[in-house]
Design a protein around this ligand. Sequence first.
Ligand code: ATP
Ligand code: MG
Length: 440
Amino acid sequence: MIRRLLRRMFGIEEPGLRRIPRSEHGLAREAISPAARKVCEVLAAHGHAAHVVGGAVRDLLLGLAPKDFDVATDARPERVKALFRRAYIVGRRFRLVHVVIGGETVEVSTFRAFDPETVERDEHGRVLRDNVYGTQEEDARRRDFTVNALFYDPATETVLDWHEGLADLRKRRLRIIGDPETRYREDPVRMLRAVRLAGKLGFTIDPQTRTPIRRFAALVERVPPARLFDEMLKLLLSGHASACLRQLRDEGLHRGLLPLLDVILDQPLGERFVTLALAQTDERVRSGRPVSPAFLFAALLWHQVLAAWRAHERAGERPVPALAAAIGQVLQAQCEKLAIQRRYTTLMREIWAMQPRFEQRSGQRPFRLLAAPHFRMGYDFLALRAASGEVPAELEAWWRTFQAADDDTRRAMRVAEAAPAPRRRRRRRRKAAVATAPTP
Ligand code: ATP
Ligand code: MG
C-alpha cells in the first residue's frame, strides 16, 4: 500500500502496466459510444480515474462492434450516482451503477480487489462474495482473461494493459490471468466463458488455460442453475453456437449443462437434428434476425423428449398423455442442472405438444392448429424434424402449402379421415382441448 502510494507520488509507473498510445493500437475515441465517453469525461472532470474496460475494448481492438460499454472507475457507487441525473445502483453480488444517457445505458463499476484472505468461499473454493474495492491494478487482476482486462482512456486515447492483453489479442489467444486452476475453482463459469469467447472471437485457448478444464469440468455442477442458464444463453445466441457446443463437448463441459447431449449426439437422427438447429440459429444471429431461446432449447432437448415419450407409450400410455408426461419429466430433470426460465419452458411445452397435431390433417383440426398462438414456431420445429429425417418431408410440404393457400384450397387439401369414427365430443370440450393440449 505504501509502496503504491510512493509510486503514485513520484509518478513511477506500476510494474506490469503498459501505456499504449494510439499510434500503436489505432483505437480512436470516436469509436467509444457517446454515453460511455460522457461518463468517463464527467468522472474525470471530478477527479476520478474512469476508463472503458472489458469486452468493449477487446471487441473494438478486433474491429468488432461491442455489445455494450462498461466503465471502470475509482469512484464509489454512491459518488457515481450523485454525478449523473439518471443513474441507478443495481446488483446484489456487486453493486454497480447503470448510467442512462440518451437512451444508452452504461454500466459503471468501481475498481474491485480480490483478496484471497478475506473472500468467502464454498467447500470447493468457489467464491461466494468478493465485494472489496481496490485499485485499477487489482481490478485488472480479478478479471478473467488478459484480453478482457484492457482499459481504454478516451481522454488520452491510451490503452492501459496490465497483463499483456494486447499481445495476446494480436496472437488471437485467450489466456487466463493468474493460475488457471485457482481461477476455475474460484468461478467455474470462467471455463464456459473461455469456450464461448474463443468461439465468438475465433481465438485459440492457450494450452495452460485449456488443459485444466477437463479436470475441473465437474465443478460447473456447483454453480447455481440460474447463473448457468444466463451464461448458456449467451453462448447459444453468440452466433457461434455450433462451434461452442462442439468445444463444450470436447472439454467435457456439457455434462453439467445438458446432461444427455452425448447420448443424443450419438444417434444419427439426434445429431442431425441438433446440428441443423444450431446451424440455423447461428445463421439467424449472424444476419441480425431474432432468435427464440425457447425454440432453441426445445430443439436441444427434443430427442430426450422423444425417448421419454416412447418409453411412456411402451408402458401402455396413450400418445398424448405419454407426451405430456415425457415433457414434464425432461423439463424437471433439466432444470435441476440448468434452470431454464419459466417464460421459456411454457413456450417449449407448447412447441413440443403441438407436434402430434401436425399429423392430423382432416376435418377442422388443421384449421384449428393454424390458428394456434405459436403455430409458426411449431411449424418451424416440424420443418426441422422433417429436415433431419424424423418425419416425412411430405408432411412438412403439406403444411407449408396449407399455410400459403386460400381457404377453398385449404378445404380441398384436407386429408380424408382414415376411419370415420363418429366424433361425439361436445363443442365446449373440444374448445377447451384446443386451448390447452393437442387433440388426440
Ligand atoms: P461479451 O462480449 O459477451 O459481453 P464480455 O467479456 O464483455 O463479453 P461480460 O459478461 O460483459 O463479458 O463481462 C464484462 C467483463 O467483466 C469481462 O470482459 C471481464 O473483464 C469481466 N468478467 C466477466 N465475467 C467474469 C468472471 N466470471 N470472472 C472474472 N472476470 C469476469
Ligand atoms: Mg460485455
